[in-house]
Structure formats: C-alpha cells, structure tokens
Design a protein around this ligand. Structure first.
Ligand code: UTP
Length: 285
C-alpha cells in the first residue's frame, strides 16, 4: 500500500457567501483568531506526515502564495529589531514541496481536484477543504491516515449533522458500522430534504486513490450544475474499498458566517492569552 504523501487544497471557489469580505482576498485567508484558515489545513496535513502540498487556485488568490513564501522585508525588519519570528514559522515549505495549479474556471470541486491530476500522478492523495475547520487531538487527517493504514482504498471523513442540514452536503449511504469506521455503500451530493440516506455528511477531508482522476475526466455536471467530487467518488464504490471515518473532535463550517463566528469564539476560548477577556465579554453581552 502506497503512503499518502501529497495533499490537494482546492481554493478556487468564489466564496460568495462571504462577500464583500472575499472580493479581493480568498475565503481561505480569513483568519480564525491569529491564523488564516488555509494555515490550519496545512498544519493538519503536516501533522499527518504529508510532505507535498498542491494548491488549486484561481484568479485573486495570490495572497495564499504570498502567505507561504518568504516575507523578506518583514523578516529582515523583525530580526533587526530583535523581534522573535516564531509566529511565522510554519508558513514556509521546503524548496519544491509546494505547487500551484490554476483552475481558471470555478465549475466545481470535482473539476478543481482534476486540475491537479498531473502533479498527483499515480499515488493516493489527501484533499482538504480549508473552509471546514477540523480541530482534533490528533488532527482529523492524522486520524484518517491511521485508519487508511489498516483499510487502504478510499476514506472520507464523516460527521453527524441534524437531519434538516443534510441537503447542504455530500452524504453517505452507510453499510456496516463499528461506531468509528463505516462502510460506504453509496454517496449523494446535496440530497433533497427528507431523502438523505443518513445524517453522516462529508466535512471536506478525503484520502482517495488516483483512479478518481480518470473518473473525473468524464464526469458530467451534477448538483448546482457543478462537476461534483461526490459523483466521481460514488463511481469508485464496489471497485475499491471505500470507508468513512467518524471524526473525533470539533468541526466548524467556516464557509458559513455562523460557523465562522462559532470558530472564532471556540478557539479564542482555547487561547490562554485572551480566553479570560473573551469569556468576560461574552458574559457581559
Ligand atoms: P463551496 O461550495 O464552499 O463554494 O466550495 P465556494 O465558492 O468556496 O463558496 P460560496 O459557496 O460561493 O460561498 C467548497 C470547496 O471547494 C472549493 C472551494 O474553494 C472550497 O474549498 N472549490 C469549489 C474550488 O476549488 N473550485 C470550485 O470550482 C468550487
């Protein structure tokens, strides 16, 4: 079984739910407390042992490239003034360990993933949707990689949501279930209300075999008239092992305003330097 060494970060979406904030900066650069969403996802990938990062970007996303590059003036000035640069550690990659691909036309997550096919090559790879902030001990992808080492094949993360929320997500049709690892019998993207096969949704973390790229090659448009990753993954079921791992930890849907605010509050309360002041302010409100 080949190890998971590469991660794809599709960051080509338009982020319309956060306009006007996302007019000139990508949604993935919105900060939660002190770091942008994309940094949390990259840190999670590193913790899982992933070495090579592939960003699928679009127009107006150059802030992401700058974030993960040398900030010469900033670093020079800080060191001249004797200021510690610990805060920007982790914002750089080893030379050659990062690639950027342009999606050009944001016609769906499946299409974004397919745009990375030449860099992914013939090995399993992870996908991270950075607007889903997953906080766990260990992190979400590490939990998934540990499961993958036992099952092989394809693994998606899964998370239980209330039944009236399933129509917003890719949802799992479950088979055998040991309480942690669930066999995936089917997948459906944005099922009509009341028709979802379960309340297990996929919160933006995947380990997939490279064969999905060949499926995506011919994938037509699905829900929302977009090329859907869920539809391509559904075609792999039965041909290769396919499991869902129930994530142990907290999930924040930072692609929605309410989820983003929840994340700010929850994570602020975990930062010792500000927690007391934030707690007092919430009580006062
Ligand atoms: P979303 O469904 O959240 O869409 O995409 P969006 O465009 O980012 O945001 P809204 O709905 O307009 O506010 C889920 C993930 O898929 C990526 C997004 O960047 C996000 O990580 N994506 C989506 C692409 O990379 N390309 C696409 O064409 C669509």
């Amino acid at each position: 079984m080949k190890p998971v060494r590469k991660a794809v970060f599709p960051v080509g979406g338009l982020g319309t739910r956060f306009l006007p904030a996302t007019k000139a900066i990508p949604k993935e650069m919105l900060p939660v407390v002190d770091r942008p969403l994309i940094q949390y996802a990259v840190d999670e990938a590193r913790e899982a042992g992933i070495e090579e990062m592939i960003f699928v970007t679009g127009r107006g996303k150059s802030a992401i490239e700058d974030h993960f590059d040398i900030a010469f003036e900033l670093e020079k000035t800080m060191s001249e003034r004797g200021k510690a640069t610990d805060a920007i550690e982790g914002t750089r990659f080893a030379p050659g360990a990062v690639s950027y691909v342009r999606q050009q036309d944001p016609i769906g997550l499946g299409h974004a993933v397919w745009c990375a096919r030449h860099i992914v090559g013939d090995e399993p790879f992870a996908i991270f949707l950075a607007d889903e902030l997953m906080i766990g001990q260990p992190g979400c992808m590490k939990q998934m990689v540990e499961a993958y080492e036992k099952t092989g094949g394809n693994i998606v993360c899964s998370y239980e949501v209330p039944a009236d929320q399933t129509h917003k997500y890719g949802v799992i049709d479950p088979g055998s279930d040991d309480g942690r690892l669930v066999e995936v019998k089917g997948l459906v993207e944005k099922p009509e209300q009341g028709s979802a096969p379960s309340n297990l949704m996929i919160p933006g973390r995947y380990i997939l075999q490279p064969d999905v790229m060949r499926v995506l090659e011919d994938q037509g448009r699905g829900a929302g008239n977009e090329i859907q990753l869920t539809d391509a993954m559904a075609q792999m079921i039965g041909k290769q092992p396919f499991h869902a791992l129930r994530f142990t930890g907290d999930r924040f849907d930072c692609g929605s305003k309410a989820g983003f605010i929840n994340a700010q509050i929850a994570l602020a309360l975990r930062h010792d330097d500000i927690a007391d002041r934030v707690r007092a302010f919430i009580a006062e409100l």
